[in-house]
Every structure is written in structure tokens, then in C-alpha cells.
Design a protein around this ligand. Structure first.
Ligand SMILES: NC(=O)c1ccc[n+]([C@@H]2O[C@H](COP(=O)([O-])OP(=O)(O)OC[C@H]3O[C@@H](n4cnc5c(N)ncnc54)[C@H](OP(=O)(O)O)[C@@H]3O)[C@@H](O)[C@H]2O)c1
Length: 315
């Protein structure tokens, strides 16, 4: 079998590389479900929102500005609710949590989809490197703030990436370099934040008090979206070579997160990592329970500082 054939072979559940978000939600009635999606205005978040909305869900669509969140309303059903959440601005995330708590809505799934990749230069906010702050800490504040708002069988879905393996630091989480000041590599900074997404899902899964609440992480595939806007030319050229074989369409890219967030066959499944709509294996660091616990503790410390408007220092 060719590489493409092997890659595109369906997994044990009949789903795989080529399945789309529409395929994996076919026949589901999500009319009474409320689903929160970060990064609603672009790429995989938009397609996930569109399809889950088509199946009847009330989608809470979060974007950096209300204008961006509202801009996708024409693709959603009438219950669509646009909200502001700038993940790199803790104040904005805290406010979004309060707004949602005040609605008293019960949320059936939180899909932590938003992400930024490969910022060319080190950027920090509150002393924290921006990939880590946006992709991990922003979502950590959002999810932990909304745990009481989850419905009985609520799910948390962390959209991670294969980059957690491909662009990783040897020691995994950089516990002495959350600022990025001790060394910065744009792809490793992205991979670092995506490893944090997996460890967060694993640790959350352990800490969830109710057995019916679940937390999982996933790799959506490789898809041409706005995510690569900061990619360097060498990386972009390299990606083009394999594009025909390795890339998914946006419709296919949105499948795994749609499946993991709403499919009834995954009721009660937690602490797992998925790729191509099937369970997959993370890096060794992605399975490190001590690292996950340590990351949770330091994330809590960071959030406390951010709540008090204090700058993070690595020492
Ligand atoms: N595409 C791929 O090949 C691929 C592969 C593996 C994993 N992923 C993951 O898939 C997820 C979705 O990415 P995508 O490919 O759909 O990329 P995308 O089209 O660039 O969408 C990313 C979304 O995240 C939002 N976002 C970025 N920074 C934010 C911030 N500070 N606050 C709030 N929202 C922010 C973006 O908003 P703006 O438009 O306002 O910037 C956008 O809505 C990401 O987590 C990414 O890491 C993608």
C-alpha cells in the first residue's frame, strides 16, 4: 500500500484521515446542547462551529473581538452567541468567564481550539511567553473558571498538535523558562504550548470530581489555515512538498475535535489523545503524570498572579 493509502486508511471505528466534521456528526441531534468554541472566526473553529450549529447546537463562539465573533453569525443557527475572549489578555478571559457564569447556561462541551503558532520574535505579556499564555494559560483560566458551568456529562476538548512531539524541548515543559527569556525558538515555543494542552487535559481528567465529566486532547491533522501566517519561508516551502499527501481539508481538520466533543460513543471516555478520530499515542512527555501535576500547580500560581495584575518571574 502507498504512503497515502496507509495514512488515509480508516481506524477501528470506521473513521479516519478523510472523515469530515459533517461525516462524524451525521445523524446527531444536538438541539439541546450548548457548545463553547474558542477561535470561532477562522479555520477549524469556524468549521466546527458551523457543523455543530447545523446539527442544532447552541454555539457560544469566542473570538478576540466581538466583531470577529459576530462576523460568522450568517453561518450559524439562530441560537448562536458571539462573545469576546482575548486569550493573551487574562482580564478579557476572566471577564468572559464571569459573563458566561452569569448566563447560568450549562455547557455540554468546551472546545479549546484557538491557537497561535511560530511568532517570529519573543513576545510576552505579564512576563509570560505569548504562545504559552495564549494557547495554555488563557484556556486554563477559561476552563477552570467554567467547571461549575459544565453540564452533567460535560466535555473539555483541548486542540493540541503533533507539534508537541515534532517541536519539543528535550526536557518537556520548561519550568524555568515560562518567560522565554532563557531562550526562544518560535516552533518549540508552539510545541511547548501544545504539550501543555495535552498535560492539562490529562491532569484535568484526573481532577474532575464527577465520573461523567471528561477531558481529552487531540491532533486535528495538518491543514492550510491562517495558523501558518507567521511561518518562515523554509518551513512553508517544506510543507508545500508534502501538501498533496499529508494535508487535510478544513472540513477534515474539524472532524476529530467535533467527534471528541459530541459523539455519543465517547461518553465517559477521558484522559485520552486522539488523531484522525481515533485514539493515538502522545510523546512520552505527553504521558508524564508528574509533569502534568507540576504544570497544573504552576499554572494555578500564574493565574493567581495574573488575577492580581502581577508580572510573572521565572525564579
Ligand atoms: N492548521 C493546522 O495544520 C493545525 C495542526 C495542528 C494543530 N492545529 C491547532 O488547531 C487549532 C485551530 O487552528 P487553525 O488551523 O484553525 O488556525 P487559525 O485559522 O489561525 O485559527 C486560530 C484561531 O485562534 C484565534 N486566536 C489566536 N490567538 C488568539 C488569542 N490571543 N485570543 C483569542 N483567539 C486567538 C484566531 O483568532 P484571529 O483570527 O483573531 O487571530 C483564530 O480564530 C489551533 O489550536 C492549532 O494549534 C492546527
Amino acid at each position: 500500500m502507498s504512503i497515502a493509502g496507509l495514512l488515509k486508511r480508516n481506524g477501528p471505528n470506521g473513521l479516519g484521515f478523510s472523515s469530515t466534521a459533517e461525516d462524524v456528526t451525521q445523524g446527531l441531534n444536538l438541539t439541546n446542547k450548548t457548545i463553547l468554541i474558542t477561535g470561532i472566526n477562522s479555520g477549524l473553529g469556524l468549521e466546527t462551529g458551523r457543523v455543530l450549529s447545523k446539527r442544532g447546537a447552541q454555539v457560544l463562539g469566542l473570538a478576540r473581538t466581538l466583531g470577529k465573533a459576530k462576523s460568522v453569525s450568517p453561518l450559524m443557527n439562530d441560537s448562536y452567541t458571539p462573545l469576546v475572549c482575548e486569550l493573551s489578555d487574562p482580564k478579557s478571559v476572566f471577564e468572559c468567564v464571569e459573563t458566561l457564569k452569569n448566563t447560568k447556561l450549562k455547557i455540554d462541551a468546551i472546545i479549546c481550539n484557538a491557537g497561535v503558532m511560530a511568532l517570529p520574535q519573543l513576545q510576552q505579556n505579564y512576563g509570560i511567553e505569548l504562545h504559552f499564555l495564549t494557547n495554555h494559560i488563557g484556556h486554563f483560566i477559561l476552563v477552570t473558571g467554567l467547571l461549575d458551568s459544565l453540564a452533567d456529562c460535560g466535555r473539555v476538548t483541548m486542540v493540541s498538535s503533533l507539534a508537541h512531539k515534532m517541536f519539543s524541548y528535550k526536557e518537556g515543559i520548561q519550568f524555568r523558562n515560562f518567560s522565554g527569556s532563557q531562550g526562544y525558538d518560535r516552533y518549540k515555543a508552539y510545541g511547548h504550548s501544545k504539550l501543555a494542552n495535552i498535560l492539562f487535559a490529562n491532569e484535568l481528567s484526573k481532577r474532575l470530581v464527577s465520573m461523567t465529566l471528561t477531558a481529552n486532547a487531540l491532533h486535528p491533522g495538518v491543514i492550510r489555515t491562517n495558523l501558518s501566517r507567521y511561518s518562515n519561508p523554509v518551513m512553508t516551502a517544506g510543507m508545500r512538498i508534502g501538501e498533496k499527501i499529508f494535508f487535510k481539508t478544513v472540513a477534515q481538520g474539524a472532524a476529530t475535535q467535533s467527534y471528541v466533543s459530541v459523539h455519543p460513543s465517547l461518553d465517559g471516555v477521558s484522559g485520552k489523545y486522539f488523531s484522525d478520530c481515533n485514539p493515538a499515542r502522545t510523546s512520552e512527555h505527553g504521558r508524564d503524570t508528574d509533569m502534568a501535576e507540576r504544570l497544573w500547580d504552576v499554572s494555578e500560581k500564574m493565574v493567581l498572579k495574573l488575577r492580581n495584575n502581577e508580572i510573572w518571574t521565572d525564579d
